[in-house]
Design a protein around this ligand. Structure first.
Ligand code: HGY
Ligand code: MN
Ligand code: MN
Length: 427
């Protein structure tokens, strides 16, 4: 008979099994594995709702069922696995994502999902029952790189993006989210918006150099910076590269290059505060031939800023610059906003619970603002939320097969997740 978790129970001695967690990360990392020719390292390519993502989803669901958790899938493909508590009060939810960018490592997102399962496994082995139920979850298309907008599943589940609008999103081949959910078998029956957790926790790799460089074992995440994604279509005129004099050209490639350099200049100017980051990750010239002036370019702009006010200024300056480029280069520039989230602060209360759990474990820790977007930023609108960061090696590189955190770093993070979850379940 499971022992109810009482205040003085030895929950403080509970520790996750780091080897088992690391093996699960390795095993899931085998799904969608590929040999990265530029680094020679095995990376992961599990784009949202691809065949590989479907296989990864089925693997994790089988692990959830082996644990005796009750698994349900909602209308946008989010998967929830519930461990009963002594009561049926609103649960403490722990989650993240298992979809990846095409050149990923095996830790981004997966640490939070498999860490949540490791917490459940550890509790089951100890025979302890928590007051509140616990839920382990993974969400659809967190990365946003297949269907164009990030944190899609969590944004639908928490009401920021309407379900029908999400269903209609298309990938580069014109395949829709709804069609791919059906194809992978993850168009679930559970109504989105039904889940109202008591609190939400997410363990994630930092994906940057700070914790490792400053010598901290845990990051207590204070929030997520603002994110703004635009997709631009620049139309000029295709022309012969040899016979067309420069003054006759309407070169969409030059227009895109000017916008990319402008991003760099805006940051260097210091006029937009500290911390602005900008990336032109997609830049597809058409027809993309050596001897043709590109008549069309589709490119993207990814802006990040810790301060909303400056983010709005950056966006205004950039859109005004598009007008200037249109005039100078004789091109037309149309653009659409594909993702936009304000800076999302996390709950002070949950941050101190995370900090307390790290201190209990004797792990050095520091507050840190997240440079990357996470599902937690969406759930922070629905319930009190915070995150646990673990350091990464090689300057915390991520969205790259070199992404790497050690067994100890992962186990430390998930032990903090365990401790924080146990505290919150007793609320
Ligand atoms: O783009 C991001 O910040 C996250 O990796 N989805
Ligand atoms: Mn992630
Ligand atoms: Mn990512």
């Amino acid at each position: 008979m499971a022992k109810a978790l009482k205040k003085n129970n030895p929950k403080k001695e509970l520790r996750v099994d780091g080897e088992r967690l690391y093996k699960a990360l390795h095993d899931l990392g085998e799904v969608g594995a590929y040999k990265d020719e530029s680094t020679g390292i095995v990376g992961v390519n599990r784009l949202a709702l691809s065949e590989a993502d479907g296989a990864g989803r089925r693997k994790v669901v089988s692990w959830m069922k082996e644990l005796g958790l009750s698994v349900s899938v909602d209308q946008i493909g989010n998967v929830y696995a519930e461990r009963r508590g002594e009561t049926d009060l609103p649960p403490v939810m722990m989650g993240s994502h298992i979809d990846s960018v095409p050149t990923a490592g095996r830790f981004d997102g997966c640490l939070g999902v498999l860490g949540a399962l490791e917490v459940m496994r550890t509790l089951s082995e100890s025979g302890l029952t928590t007051k509140r139920p616990l839920v382990a979850a993974f969400f659809t298309e967190e990365e946003g790189c297949r269907f164009g907008t990030d944190m899609l599943g969590s944004a639908v589940a928490t009401g920021r993006i309407p379900l029908e609008a999400a269903y209609a999103l298309k990938d580069a081949q014109g395949l829709t989210v709804k069609g791919e959910l059906e194809k992978t078998g993850f168009l679930g029956p559970e109504a989105v918006g039904r889940r109202k957790p008591h609190a939400y926790l997410e363990c994630h790799i930092e994906q940057g150099p700070s914790l490792r460089h400053d010598g901290f074992e845990i990051g207590v995440v204070t929030g997520v910076q603002a994110i703004s994604w635009q997709e631009l279509t620049i139309v000029g005129k295709s022309a012969h590269a040899g016979t067309t004099p420069m003054e006759f050209r309407k070169d969409a490639g030059v227009a895109a290059a000017r916008i990319n350099l402008k991003l760099r200049e805006m940051i260097a100017s210091g006029m937009f505060g500290k911390g602005m980051r900008a990336t032109m990750g997609v830049n597809r010239p058409h027809p993309g031939m050596v001897n043709v002036v590109p008549g069309r370019v589709v490119c993207t702009v990814d802006l990040r800023h810790p301060e909303d006010g400056f983010m709005e200024e950056v966006e205004r300056e950039l859109v005004a610059f598009y007008k200037q480029v249109e005039k100078d280069e004789g091109v037309s520039i149309s653009w659409r906003q594909t993702a936009r989230t304000a800076m999302a602060p996390f709950s002070d209360e949950v941050q101190s619970v995370v900090e307390g759990a790290a201190n209990e474990l004797g792990l050095s820790n520091t507050p840190i603002l997240s440079g990357a977007g996470h599902d937690a930023q969406e759930w922070s609108r629905a319930c009190k939320t915070a995150m646990v960061f673990v350091p990464g090696e090689y300057d915390g590189i991520s969205h790259n097969p070199r992404e790497f955190s050690t067994l100890k770093q992962c186990a430390d993070g998930v032990n903090v997740l365990l401790g924080a979850a146990l505290t919150l379940t007793e609320d």
